[in-house]
Design a protein around this ligand. Sequence first.
Ligand code: PLZ
Length: 446
Amino acid sequence: MNATTGGPGLPQERRLVTEIPGPASVAALERKRAHVADGVGTVLPVFVTAAGGGVIVDADGNSLIDLGSGIAVTSVGNAAPAVTRRVHEQVDAFTHTCFMVTPYDGYVDVCAALTEVTPGDHAKKSALFNSGAEAVENAVKISRVATGRDAVGVFDHAYHGRTNLTMAMTAKNMPYKHGFGPFAGEVYRAPLSYPLRDGLTGEAAAARAIDVLDKQVGVDNLACVVIEPILGEGGFVVPARGFLSALADWCSAQGVVLVADEIQSGFCRTGDWFACDHEGVVPDLVTTAKGIAGGLPLAAVTGRAELMDSVHPGGLGGTYGGNPVACAAALGALEEMRAHDLAGRARVIGERMSAHLEKLRAERDVIADVRGRGAMMAIELCRPGTTEPDAARAAAVNNACHQAGVVTLTCGTWGNVFRFLPPLSIPDDLLDEAFGVVEKAFASTA
Ligand code: PLZ
């Protein structure tokens, strides 16, 4: 195997042969500085040559353990066999026609699969796009046409993307929104259920949110409510049980479209097909992206057939939406998920990560919360005995993990949440080794 062949055949080991970043990455970083806009940041500047299973190999020959999956994308593993096989077959056949010009089966196959795997057994249809933000924008467009209403309800700490409408829907200013306004109108923010910080039951937190939507926006104006069933960028907050179902019941009674943004939480990540499945919540529309296609750019809106069909012919689309190569990758990713029961694997990974993180919490009073579901877990760092965010410690621990060859990510409105999103193809021993590194990173930054 040469250095550029990735996939599960790569040696599954943490191996550091240079500093992080090493000389080859430092040189590549110089080129990045010269040619890539400074606004495009990089969390861990090692330049990748191969990846697969649970590792990322860099230009210096370092092999790092991946606990990020390229932000919850390569859930089936990098260069997963069924993905690469189907992509190769597709690129050899044709690479693009534009589905709006001359269609092809791959697009329809992905939509049929989405009908099967998304929550609820009602009649569904889908439309395909390129990015998560684009899917969210289209879910709003569909909701507006279907209801004849304008307003969009979103939540504190939400992240929905970087386009103009989705910036308005995203909560956090820096770095996502700062200086980029004015933003799209008719977006209203309601309080979320955040158990660590509000101590409310799901029902009480839902009543608080519904009061804002009802009294400050008004149901007659409200087209949709868009919610991440488990927050992604906003800090992996899991709303208290009952919050999502109370919100879903209210939306359904009021004719408001409930949109579940499962872009980060979907496709086996949380130990089921979707995070909504854990509470039996059936959203009207679901937005998906990231894990759907094993690393190729693809996104979708899936939902009630009558809502999806409310848009006039030609009203939905885009040059590349549902590109045939991305669709082939999605069909490969779905094949991997089914063949290897990756939802079951996510539950096992979740139990292992919980055990490591609970042990760590018992030892480190800076850890105020351990939360998440399946292979989507996080710890929130606060000054001991308080809920005052400790972003500096999160950054220090994150950096120490990187130096020791583990790819980790932070998140949260205050940047004080340390999140874990391993590929579901990671071997157990490598996962355990990575958490040994996390533990040492806490010790070395105390
Ligand atoms: N909705 C829930 O998590 C993307 C963003 C990383 P795109 N999250 C990672 C960054 O800093 O840009 C995301 C998400 C949820 C929507 C999106 C947007 O998806 O594919 O990045 O547009």
